[in-house]
Design a protein around this ligand. Structure first.
Ligand code: LAN
Length: 742
């Protein structure tokens, strides 16, 4: 018997099974007993509470502290009691102590970043095809995860809270089978039945079909082509993939390699069995070309417009019917270019890759290119960076973690509560993490590899990953500045003004001519490109749009920077801020809210909108936008003092009430109202009471509904939000009271 431990190295985090030999006698058994109890509790309740609560992390934090000198804070004695009797201080203190107990050696806050249900199968297929063995202990936990997240109707959704879809079900059925679940196992039988009842795997969406082809359970003739030749078109052509949103282009990059070389893994007995299991007809009798472009209606969020179908007809004709001398040579040239781009991405992310989808695809593409190469082998250790263990099993995360993002929020939350002095050890460690995570160089080759500059940026996860993001850079800068400008010294290594200037340089370079900020790059193409969005299940993936979150973080960070170094690029920064605010106001909806693109949903977007307006000095008296935003939030307040929306807000782009009030939504709303300076204390006090009441005795808050999203349809877990945002909101509420605001 071993013990699962969370390991960490400069932001890199991974779960491993240890022998636990250094632990006190009996501890290993105790921890494993608690793990088992957490597993049983989850499994028993899995159809009601689909979200795991990171209980393994809690159990470890309690029994085997992550820091060798312990994670507890030095006691400084209680600060002055507040004028009202709300226990605000106590709640914050307990929450922040619990938060400190989670902090890792390098200063980052770890947490579950799972949620999407289409990622683990990609990794499982990649491992199967390439003959990679991640070990029995991981295989077992992955099967547990799949069994736990099968819906009652037998299928799997796109994410943990989603109703069953063909994509989710086919991919996860195959994953189960490859991991060793027999075809007559009850879970496997139930999901196979779902597939059959809904028309069979011929109706799987396009990204799933590509994986099926690689595994050898689907035929490439049935795909809309993904020709690698796109990559050797001149860049001025508007459909050059270098113009697409980085995630989109970088997913289609390895896809085009696999498609262009018709890569198929070894056809084993198991592959033959799967062939016979997932279709309504015998594999040999299927008319593959006739199924091209078909998709199960339950999966279809984005309905393919006619113009796109015509486009695919033309490309299919090029691929299959047009013959001319040199066609093969062009293909080979394109494949060479594509593998060069894939390797550039691998090397410059230290083989982490920008995200989970291209991680698995790149790995498999490199294996087909040269299975014995060092380059391929370098992919293997980095697989572990994506795997997270919790009581629901082992999952593949949406990124290699959310380390920088969560830590930057956590630091700001504590500083803004006015209780920084009590938590200076925590803040000092967090600052260390900011220091080591800033990206210090541009990627070599720059635009030759379609890469924007990155020197000075902060990433979402770790420096090794290194892709710059507008709002992560800004939150990284805000977090660092918040700690570094405290009235007492709270850092070992000061981040120099030049390094902040580098960050400002990236930030300014990210601003679109519209005045808004997108995610990783400037917007490089027209919104009309969305007509060619080939993925049936995701929306808004073709180009990088202006987002309220990215724009707001950027504006606020620039404003903060001005306080540090007012003379630096003074006019440029002021102009950027003014244009940014204008754009943020354009993005506001009539009802006063902002749509949240990366969090669920309107409470999230509105929090960012409000932060930006407040940062530039707008007030409730001067700004109708701010008043409207506050009125919107207050209109959602319920009798219990909470606010709550569920993920359908993101999908339908309109407010959708959750059954229960949500801690995270309430925290965003309270935070916004406090920042905006709302003067009537009564509703704020009710919200604060809701948060205080909801806290658990450990200091943590319960995990409720999923709170992150991407591309409108897929939800993603932010485990730290349930802890960081109540602390932050109560902290700001506290400061309102302390400053006699009400
Ligand atoms: C993320 C995670 C972080 C997120 C924020 C920084 C919170 C946001 O403000 C900007 C967008 C960003 C960087 C973001 C974009 C989309 C990502 C990368 C993800 C949600 C994590 C996973 C997702 C990625 C696209 C998943 C793979 C799926 C595809 C459709 C390619």
């Amino acid at each position: 018997m071993g013990i699962w431990r969370l390991k960490c190295d400069n932001g890199r985090q991974w779960w491993d099974l240890d022998d636990g030999s250094e632990l006190a006698p009996g501890l290993l058994e105790k921890v494993n007993e608690e793990f088992d109890q957490a597993r049983v509790d989850f499994a028993e309740n899995r159809h009601e509470q689909k979200h795991s609560s990171d209980r393994f992390l809690r159990i470890l934090a309690k029994h085997v502290p992550f820091l060798s000198d312990g994670n507890s804070e030095e006691e400084v004695g209680a600060s002055d009691a507040l004028p009202n009797k709300t226990h605000v201080d106590e709640t914050i203190r307990k929450g922040a102590n619990y938060l400190s107990s989670l902090q890792m050696q390098d200063g980052h806050i770890p947490g579950d970043y799972g949620g999407p249900m289409f990622l683990l199968p990609g990794l499982v297929i990649a491992c199967y095809v390439t003959g990679t063995d991640l070990g029995e202990h991981r295989r077992k936990e992955m099967i547990r995860y799949l069994r736990n997240h099968r819906n009652e109707d037998g299928g799997f959704g796109l994410h943990i809270e989603c109703e069953s879809t063909m994509k989710g079900t086919v991919m996860n059925y195959i994953a189960m089978r490859l991991l060793g679940v027999e075809s007559d196992d009850p879970d496997a039988s139930a999901s196979r039945k779902w597939i059959h009842d809904h028309g069979g795997a011929l109706l799987a969406p396009s990204w799933a079909k590509l994986w099926l082809c690689v595994l050898g359970v689907h035929e490439y003739d049935a795909l809309n082509p993904v020709p690698p030749e796109n990559w050797i078109l001149p860049y001025w052509i508007p459909i050059h993939p270098g113009r697409f949103w980085c995630h989109c282009r970088i997913v289609y990059l390895p896809q085009s390699y696999l498609y262009g070389s018709r890569a198929v893994g070894p056809i084993t007995d198991l592959v033959n069995e799967i062939r016979s299991e997932i279709y309504l007809e015998a594999y040999e009798d299927i008319d593959w070309p006739a199924s091209r472009g078909k998709c199960c209606p339950v999966d279809e969020y984005f309905h393919r417009p006619k113009v796109q179908s015509l486009f695919w007809d033309a490309v299919y004709w090029y691929e299959h019917s047009l013959q001319f001398p040199g066609k093969q040579r062009i293909r080979q040239g394109a494949l060479n270019e594509v593998i060069k781009l894939i390797k550039h991405e691998d090397v410059n992310t230290d083989w982490i890759c920008i995200g989970p989808v291209n991680k698995a695809l790149n790995m498999v593409a490199c294996w087909f290119h040269d299975p014995d190469s060092e380059h391929f082998k370098n992919h293997l250790p980095r697989l572990l960076d994506y795997l997270w263990l919790a009581e629901d099993g082992m999952k593949m995360q949406g990124y290699n973690g959310s380390q920088l993002w969560d830590t930057a929020f956590a630091a700001q939350a504590i500083v803004q509560s006015g209780m920084a002095e009590e938590f200076k050890t925590f803040l000092k460690r967090a600052h260390h993490f900011f220091d080591i995570s800033q990206v210090r160089e541009d990627t070599p080759g720059g635009m030759r590899y379609y890469r924007h500059i990155s020197k000075g940026a902060w990433p979402f996860s770790t420096r090794d990953h290194g892709w710059p993001i507008s709002d992560c850079s800004s939150e990284g800068m805000k977090g660092s500045l918040a700690v570094q400008t405290l009235p007492f010294k709270c850092y070992d290594n000061k981040i120099s003004t030049e390094r902040f200037q580098d960050c400002v340089n990236v930030s300014l370079s990210f601003q679109n001519p519209t005045g808004g900020w997108a995610t990783y790059e400037l917007r490089r193409g027209g919104a009309w490109l969305e007509l060619l969005n080939p993925s049936e299940v995701f929306s808004d993936i073709m180009v990088d749009y202006d987002y309220v979150e990215c724009s707001s973080s950027s504006v606020v960070a620039l404003k903060e920077f001005q306080k540090l170094d007012p003379g630096h690029r003074k006019v440029e920064i002021s102009t950027a801020i003014a244009k940014g605010i204008k754009r943020i106001k354009e993005l506001q909806r009539e009802d006063g809210s902002w749509y949240g693109n990366w969090g669920v949903c309107f409470t999230y977007g509105t929090w960012f909108g409000v932060e930006a307006l407040v940062a530039v000095g707008e007030t409730l008296d001067s700004s109708s936008e701010l008043r409207n935003a506050c009125n919107f939030l207050l209109s959602k307040l319920r009798d219990d003092g909470g606010v709550g929306e569920n993920y359908l807000s993101c999908v339908n782009c309109e407010w959708n009430d959750s059954e229960e009030s949500q801690i995270v939504n309430t925290a965003w709303a309270l935070l916004s109202l406090c920042k905006a300076g709302w003067r009537d204390q009564e509703p704020l006090e009710r919200m604060a009471q809701f948060l205080i009441r909801s806290q658990e005795s450990s200091g943590d808050w319960p995990q409720q509904l999923i709170s992150g999203v991407f591309n409108k349809t897929c939800m993603i877990t932010y485990a730290a939000y349930r802890l960081v945002f109540p602390i932050w909101a109560l902290g700001c509420y506290r400061m309102r009271i302390v400053s006699g605001h009400f």
